[in-house]
Design a binder for this molecule. Structure first.
Ligand code: TEU
Ligand code: CA
Length: 554
């Protein structure tokens, strides 16, 4: 329909470790993805974003890369990856790889060489600084996984910078060689057929070379939008993205809808889309010392305001990436909705809202069958962020009790999304025949692909329809967007409209019935439902059931 394939596309994210285990070692792998291609084709998605599968010690589940051109043996080998790309292409599915270029693993050859001395070819591939006269770190910057962002290296007798784990040293993008090596790596994968990139914390690649202290010790507030960020991204666009027509979606934690066009306005030649974090903070207390673990009740008015700002502010200036879930986020129905009494309605209601918007929707594995957060014991969790933050917040600062922390973990921890994919009610949810690397959610007997597909309330089927709409309806592509009832604390209502047609997209995102909005009641009786999650819905008058949602064409 358009010259940019991703504008009518729905992209599905795979977290390989937890998707499907083909060789029964408890770890998901590439062959597992190949086996599930018919499932993904049936769902109807256009592209797969595959979280990192490169050689890695797996300190951060592959976001710590040792060799960008090698597939980690836990996932298969390079030949399997090439076969996956070819097989996906043969059924019309594109492949987006994860591009982690803010940092590497400390096991990468570059880092091993870099730490050897101050005067070798790789010395300036990372960010090294002398200790302060008293031996302490160069400044008070913090790591996202707890503690200082600086680690002392005995061999080199200097500190190196790491925004994440100490095993994830930050690359020095100031060094043109680093940039050229990265572009070469991208060309390598392009030659293998990769169609685009999801760019991990791409807005962190440029550092403030004055290294000023943060107002608060160990804060991570300095990490985004450094002085040369736009310049570097533009260079990458010129060198690789444009010449090879590769799609790009950048992770951009600090972007607001106002400054987003600086990254995604096509005329600036930087990125195609970015993932904002703004709407992910609507259940988080602002400026709280406990950061992502300081929770409050989800504020729907705020969620509507943020998502709508992105719709409106990017109109004509850039393209949205739409998501509620990914491997760093909890299950949306457990976090913002009701995953027990209204699981089907709630999952499809959030899906309706997201997939009705302008932009490219991303589905995270398991979202399409309404998988939920598990409520594990603290000792069951494995994520490095959770563990690092626990040490910091509960043990060291004592600003949260263990109970409060666990409560927050149950709501928002990254591990909520990382439990193995629930394929069937068989042993280990059909993910593997042996004990998986991370616990299966005990609700798998009830919630799994097999059960969902055979249910008359199938979340999968609903997603399938939403994806078909994305492919077939011009209005979704280019209709403009208007939020209605902006102050309503329970209903999400917006209008999509073009010269030819108009739709209302409506969801009751509460546990209680709600009056049908007057503006809808006034519509013609012969209005057509485009999609609805309540089979009993036949008119535009009756009250909305809890988590009822529909799209109606007027
Ligand atoms: O995430 C970056 C990121 O900022 C968040 O995931 C962060 O951990 C959290 O939101 C802080 O509150 C990316 C990847 O998606 C993540 O999985 C990696 O761990 C991280 O980068 C480092 O590569
Ligand atoms: Ca395996």
């Amino acid at each position: 329909m358009t010259e940019k394939w991703w504008k009518n596309a729905v992209i599905y994210q795979i977290y390989p470790k937890s998707f499907a285990d083909s060789n029964q070692d408890g770890i998901g792998d590439l062959e597992g993805i190949i086996e599930k291609l018919p499932y993904l084709k049936k769902l109807g998605v256009d592209a797969l974003w595959i979280s990192p599968v490169y050689l890695s010690p797996q300190v951060d589940n592959g976001y710590d890369i040792t060799d960008y051109r090698k597939i980690d043996p836990i996932f298969g080998d390079n030949e399997t990856m090439y076969r996956l790309i070819a097989k996906a292409h043969s059924v019309g599915i594109k492949i987006i790889m994860d591009f982690v270029a803010n940092h590497t693993s400390d096991q990468a050859l570059w880092f091993k060489e870099s730490r050897k001395s101050k005067e070798n070819f790789f010395s300036d591939f990372y960010i090294w600084k002398d200790a302060l006269p008293d031996g302490s770190a160069p400044n008070n910057w913090g790591s996202n996984f707890g503690g200082s962002a600086w680690t002392w290296d005995d061999m080199r007798q200097q500190y190196y910078l790491h925004y994440y784990a100490k095993e994830q040293p930050d690359l020095n993008w100031e060094n043109p060689r680093v940039r050229q090596y990265i572009y070469d790596m991208m060309r390598f994968w392009k030659a293998k057929g990769v169609d685009g990139w999801r760019m991990d914390v791409i807005t962190s690649i440029s550092k403030d070379l004055d290294f000023p202290n943060n107002p608060q010790s160990y804060s991570t507030s300095n990490q985004q939008n450094g002085p040369r960020m736009h310049e570097f991204i533009h260079e990458m666009h010129k060198e690789v993205l444009a010449p090879f027509g590769m799609m790009s979606v950048g992770e951009s934690p600090a972007s607001t809808s106002k400054d987003a066009p600086l990254l995604v306005d096509p005329q600036r030649e930087e990125l195609d889309m970015i993932f904002t974090f703004e709407h992910m903070h609507v259940d988080r207390k602002k400026n709280d010392i406990n950061g992502r673990w300081a929770l409050q009740k989800m504020d729907l008015v705020e969620l509507k305001r943020i998502l709508s700002n992105w719709q409106v502010d990017l109109e004509g200036k850039g393209w949205n990436a739409l998501y509620f879930e990914n491997h760093d986020r909890a299950r949306v129905i457990s976090r913002f909705g009701n995953d027990t009494n209204y699981r089907y309605s709630c999952a499809t209601a959030f899906a309706t809202i997201l997939h009705g918007m302008k932009g490219t929707p991303f589905i995270y594995q398991g979202e399409e069958i309404g998988m939920t957060n598990p409520k594990f014991e603290l000792s069951d969790y494995v994520d490095i962020e959770l563990k690092g933050n626990y040490e910091e917040v509960v043990k060291k600062n004592k600003t949260l009790s263990e109970e409060e922390f666990l409560k927050a973990v149950h709501k928002v921890s990254r591990d909520n999304a990382r439990t193995p994919m629930q394929w069937s009610s068989g042993p280990h949810a059909g993910f593997s025949t042996v004990k998986p690397w991370f616990k299966v959610n005990p609700n798998y007997k009830k919630i799994n692909v097999e059960t969902d597909l055979s249910s008359n309330q199938s979340i999968f089927n609903y997603y399938q329809k939403l994806i078909q709409l994305r492919h077939n309806e011009q209005l979704l592509l280019d209709g403009n967007y208007t939020l209605l009832l902006e102050k309503d604390p329970n209903l999400f209502l917006y209008k999509r409209e073009s010269q030819q047609s108009a739709w209302y997209v409506l969801a009751n995102l509460s546990d209680t019935p709600q009056e049908m909005p007057e503006i809808i009641q006034k519509e013609k009786a012969e209005s057509q439902f485009v999609i609805k999650n309540n089979p009993n819905r036949t008119n535009l008058k009756d009250a909305l059931a809890p988590y009822e949602a529909f799209i109606v064409s007027i």
